[in-house]
Structures are given as C-alpha cells and as structure tokens.
Design a protein around this ligand. Structure first.
Ligand code: PLP
Length: 389
C-alpha cells in the first residue's frame, strides 16, 4: 500500500543529513559540555555551533538563543518566567483564542493564581486586529503573546505591527514561532520581537529539542533550576544530540528556504484546487493570502472528519482533524470555533499539511481516495438522515 504522510504540522521526519550529524554525539563524542577536558570541550563546541546555526536562521545573536526541550517548554518558560519576574509591575497578560495549548493552558494555570488574561478574537481570515490588541493593553499588562503562524489553519499574523504596539506601550512581546520557523521569513530584530519559541521536530530535526530566543536585555525568571547551563538561565545537562540535530535542521531550513516554500505551496495549492473543484460542499478555513505554505484546512460538509481520517488511514494516508493534541478528544477545535465555523462543520474538518518529502503523486492519490471516501460517507449519512437518525 502507498504511504502518504500529510501531517507535517504535527511532526516531521528527521532528515538524513541531520541524523548523520547527530550520530557521533551519541557514542564517541558523548562528553558533557560542562566538563573541562577535551571530550567536554568537543561537546561544548558542538552546542556553540548549533547555537550559531539557530541564531542565523532567525537573525539573532547566538547568545540570545537558549536551548530547551521544545516548543512547549519555551512557551511555559515565557509565561511563568515573565509572570514571576514582573509581578510587581502587573498581573495582566494578553494572548489570543487560537494559541497552541502550550500557551493557553499555561495562561489558564496563571489565572488560578491571581493573574488576568485577555484572549483576543480573530477576524474572518483568522488574524488579530491590531486595534483590538492596543485597546486591551492596561497599566498592568506585562506580556503580550501572539503566535506567528497558527498550527491548525496556518494563518500568519501581522507580527511586526503587533510587536510595534507592544513596544509603544512598554510591554514584552512574545511569539510562538514553532509553525513559522522555516516556513515564513523570520528576522527577530526587524520584527521587533522580545521572546520567541521554536521547536526542532517541526523543521526535520529530532523531537524533545527546541529553543527560546530572549532578546538581549530582556529579563525573565528561570524556569528550570539547577546547574549553570545555558548561561545559568536553563539548568540541566544539554540534550547534546538533540541540540546538534536542531542546529543542522536550522542550517538546512535556512539554505533550502525558497525551494521548500515553493515546493510546499505548489503541492498545497494543487490539493486545495482539486478538492474544491472535484468534491462538492467543501470549503477552506482561513485565508489563502497570509498562510503557511504547506497548510490546507478543509471542511467536508455533512460528514465527520474523524471518519475521513480513519478511512484515509486504511489507504495509507495520514492526516489530522484539528490539532494533533486535541485529536483524541471530542471537543470541537478552539481555533475553528474562534473562526466562527459552526460546530457540526468543525466536526467535518480535516487538516492536510505537506512537506519536503511530499510529491505531486501523493497529492493526486490523496484526492482520488478522498473523493471515494467522502461520497461513501455521505451516502451513509444520507441513509441515516432518511431513517431519522
Ligand atoms: C508543535 C507546537 C508546539 C509544541 O512544540 P513541542 O516541541 O512539540 O513541545 C507549540 N506551539 C505550536 C504552534 C506548535 O505547532
């Protein structure tokens, strides 16, 4: 059976060049980067090199990049680190209704401990309105956190404009750039970002590895306490292989950026065009204008996205409904709810995300299979409706 992976926003395979770079650091170059003899120095040099590779991808200085265990830890660090550091200044945080759960659940935790959180709405395209952000700022606001690219509907936010508003009011600006990294151009200096979360496994690097960009001069409390790793700001023996792999993945993402974006967007556009033309009662969620190059989020009316997912899986095709984290729950996607998609249509929504290894044949096979799956499910559902189910 053909195997077609269309869930690159959930995770990506580790590229061979990345894997080859990592392998020596499991065994012969296994030193602890904190050790002072040659084996430690060799490991430390690898971490330094990876820091330069990640910094280069985002236009930062290497000393502004702090390695973490991934996007989730970076988001948690920002929320709890800023809340603690600036508690004398205020207790108000502004974020959005469409953030990843790493951000939303961290903010909800703070709400139980006396903090106020404003969750901004999105417009019909899935974007934050800058004037709504500005209106939400109070003297007590200590952090604004708005994701750069949404993981479900792929919407790209006007980060530069939003960060400028934060700066004007003297408030720290954080962005979760996990989905943006390698997919949209990022220059932290030009965008005016103070803090930015990144993850390795969404850019063809290993899982459990990521980073937080902390602009020089930005203060936030430490999140993990212990040794003096990461300039004393993030304790714990470095995930050496994970960091080396992330560094290489970042280097490749920078080198292949134009090619990657062109490849993904042409496949994604082909998928969207064929589905909309050949399968009736379908629509795309979010704008096509400001969108992740590999993301297609499509509603198939009158049927269940879960059923589509399971039948596609039987044909070797991997897709997701909503975000991977919530796909095991029956809660309708908070992102599609915020977009105003009616509940029954949210349940008929599937996310397809393409990547570097996807081919045009994969897309055609997927659409051909989808046509059969959707008409079969609609037949069943119309039979059910006639029976009054
Ligand atoms: C995947 C993802 C995360 C979580 O990153 P991990 O490295 O898996 O912890 C956070 N935010 C967004 C937008 C994501 O897509």
């Amino acid at each position: 059976m053909r195997n077609v992976y269309l869930d690159y926003s959930a995770t990506t395979p580790v590229k061979d060049e990345v894997l080859q770079e990592m392998i020596p650091y499991f065994s012969e170059k296994f030193g602890n980067p904190s050790s002072l003899y040659d084996k430690g120095l060799e490991a430390k040099a690898a971490v330094t090199h990876a820091r330069e590779q990640v910094a280069s991808l985002i236009g930062a200085q290497p000393r502004e990049v702090f390695f973490t265990a991934g996007g989730t830890e970076s988001d948690n660090w920002v929320v709890f680190g800023v809340a603690d550091k600036l508690k004398d200044k205020g207790n108000h945080i502004i974020t959005t209704k469409v953030e990843h759960h790493a951000m939303l659940h961290s903010c909800q935790f703070l709400e139980k401990h006396g903090y106020d959180v404003t969750y901004l709405d999105i417009d019909k395209d899935g974007r934050i309105r800058p004037e709504e952000l500005e209106a939400a700022i109070t003297e007590k606001t200590i952090l604004i956190s708005i994701m750069m690219v949404n993981n479900e509907i792929g919407t790209v936010q006007p980060i530069k404009e939003l960060a400028a508003i934060a700066k004007k009011h003297g408030v720290l600006f954080h962005t979760d750039a996990v989905q943006a990294l390698g997919n949209v151009p990022i220059d932290v200096k030009n965008l005016g970002i103070d803090l930015m979360s990144m993850s390795s496994h969404k850019i063809y690097g290993p899982k459990g590895s990521g980073a937080l960009y902390i602009r020089r001069g930005v203060r936030l409390s430490n999140y993990l306490h212990g040794g003096a790793q990461e300039s004393g700001r993030r304790a714990g023996t470095e995930n050496l292989t994970g960091i080396v792999g992330f560094g290489k993945a970042a280097e490749l993402a920078q080198k292949n950026f134009d090619q990657h974006v062109a490849h993904c967007s042409s496949l994604r556009n082909h998928l969207v065009e064929r589905v909309l033309a050949e399968i009736p009662d379908t629509f795309v969620n979010g704008t096509m204008e400001y969108r992740h190059p590999g993301n297609a989020n499509i509603t198939f009316k009158y049927i269940e996205g879960e059923a589509i997912l399971l039948l596609l899986n039987q044909s070797g095709i991997s897709v997701s409904t909503g975000s991977a984290c919530s796909s095991a729950s029956l809660e309708p996607s908070h992102v599609l709810s915020a977009l105003g998609v009616p509940v029954e249509m949210i349940h008929g929504t599937v996310r397809f995300t393409v990547g570097d290894l996807t081919t045009m044949e994969d897309i055609d096979y997927t659409v051909d299979t989808l046509k059969k799956v959707v008409s079969r499910l609609r037949e069943i559902s119309s039979v059910n409706t006639e029976k009054g189910w």
